[in-house]
Design a protein around this ligand. Sequence first.
Ligand code: NOJ
Length: 742
Amino acid sequence: METVKSVETETQLNLDPIIESKIKTLLNQMTLAEKIGQLSQHNGEGFEAVAAINRRVKQGQLGSVLNQADPEIINEWQRIAVEESRLGIPLLIARDVIHGFKTVMPIPLGQAASWNPDIVERGAQIAAHESSSVGINWTFAPMVDISRDPRWGRIAESLGEDPYLCGELGAAMVRGFQGDNLSNPNSIAACVKHFCGYGASEAGRDYSSTNIPEYELHNVYLRPFKRCIDEGAASLMASFSDIDGIPATANDYLLTEILREHWKFDGLTVSDWNAVQELAVHGIAENDKDCATLAANAGIDMEMSGTSYEDYLSGLVKENLLSINQIDAMVSNVLRLKFRLGLFDNPFVDDKNAQLFGSDAALKVAQEAAQQSLVLLKNQNNLLPLSSTKKGKIAVMGPLADAPYEQLGTWIFDGDASISQSILTAMKLFQTDNLKIDFNCGLEYSRSKDTKHFNDAIKLAKNSDVAVLCLGEESILSGEAHSRACIDLPGAQIDLIKQIKATGTPIVGVILAGRSLTLTNIVDDLDAIIYAWHPGTMGGPAIAETLFGQKSPSGKLPVTLPKMVGQLPLYYSQKNTGRPPTDESVVLIDEIQQFAEQTSLGMTAFHLDAGYKPLFPFGFGLTYGEFDYSNLQLSAAQLSENSSITAKVTLANSGSHTATETVQLYIRDKVGTITRPIKELVGFQRVTLAPGEKTSVSFEITTNNLKFYTRRRQWEAEPGEFQIWIGGSSDATLSDTFSLLA
Ligand code: NOJ
């Protein structure tokens, strides 16, 4: 890969001289073994691990532990570290607190559908409060891997396909976890991961190779990382995967040149689980010693779970394969985080704080987050909202209607399913003498093919005014190492829908899933569709209040919903290509005449069996209101460095419900030194309007919105013409142009 000259705006190191001098004092006292100990993170799960950690901590030879959430054990480790080890250095206690601790927020992909940095920040804050109360001081989140392939199970943990949205929401998580000051007892250190490109795993198969060309790396994959680091993310994790043949864990271009030299990152870098030793499995090292050499020299400060650092780093120093200055720099990064977290002042927790779990305040945020994550994809004949006052019968059905655990989603090591409120439970609260709510699961779990409940389900649907069918995927079908090649509804769910459809009762489909599923074969059978992702602890109440119209849905898709797997990867910000498809150029397979001539089918970039459009575009989501966009105006037709243009649009709610719309601003750089996306999101705002209300929404556009990594390998804006769109999805049509002066 060629050398990068400048990546976005370069920042300067901003170190606290008092902390730096304390680090120096400690380094002067530390033996090599104690230094290397700081660079190791051990798994703290299980009785034997706890005892082994006790011993190592006493010797002053362990920097961090992960996977322990018992405050008594954690306090005891910290006591040994502080009171019994020679230099009294406290421990970093890490845990995957990804979208909540005991109180679970929607999966990150669901949170991303809120397009609301404020609710994402508040969710992370709750997670930090709850987890810090047991002694955890470091989480492995946010994951800001751009994800454009829903086969990849980890798309659940991502913030979607777009670098701008992902960066803004990742930064919000960083603020939520870390608070105003890392040393607050309720703050935990964020870890932005996985650096870099993990989301581009080939064919969406987890851990697979990635091949990301240089411009794509800078303009798409690196951007959210830079955003989170600028926000102050305290640490960063390298990806498991290789990128263009170089595993991220041994990638000095990423970990040193970009991260340290250009971005001036002064935080801690950690490998992923056993990823240092897996360098040998990748086939770029012969043995563990080579693994340690490659990772340490590339820029990995701390090894997670493996032992190659503790086994080989001291030998490497003796053999001059690694300098003591390098070791000191790595240890400084560990100690700096410990000082920033205030652990040297007080590493202990008072376990009475555990009463914090599932507090009313936490549940309120979880419900708000879940409600804002709901995306209304379809609402034929205004089937929704349902009336809670009219006489009637509602059938609540489907394998995910009463699934308190499954609705929590992936990565819930500590999530408490006993406080999770299901859709059925929440719907039942609306039952009155007039309104009857009955339940039949149809299928016992999402993958089930056992149709034994079908007859009863059909009977119930026939006797009801509407069927609310809760469908989707169980938690286990998404997340790490849980990729799928077919992303249709699993089990006999499609069959269940068809049978309920045949009763003639209108169906509301509520889809709970860890990814965007392909819904093509059922979209016409469902009269209304709410995409709920895995909505977390308060998913039930959030869905019930939305179905009954107490709140309008306001979520927008953070990922493109494909028609079929063969379209993947599919994302809105594609390049134009030399042969862009249009509605006119597309000839679909059933329209082709027999013996048609080779060049008669349009000759543009589309699939004969899928066309070129998704099922639902990025940014799409309906509300119970009716939003109209008009009167787009630019304050000037020309932009120069240091000036700005205001783009203004009139937004009106002509519907009969108060609703929140996310207004989106897209830009296209018409001519660049490299090919540019046909549309790129550069701004968004959530706006709430009462029926009949109208307002003007404006965005400031500066050269910062136009910058990209150009053919000169600079982060800069190129003069020329730009097109902008403002609207309610990436399909926005209201448009104007302006030019950037040289
Ligand atoms: C592996 C995952 O890739 C990473 O995201 C996670 O934080 C670590 N394991 C620790 O559990």
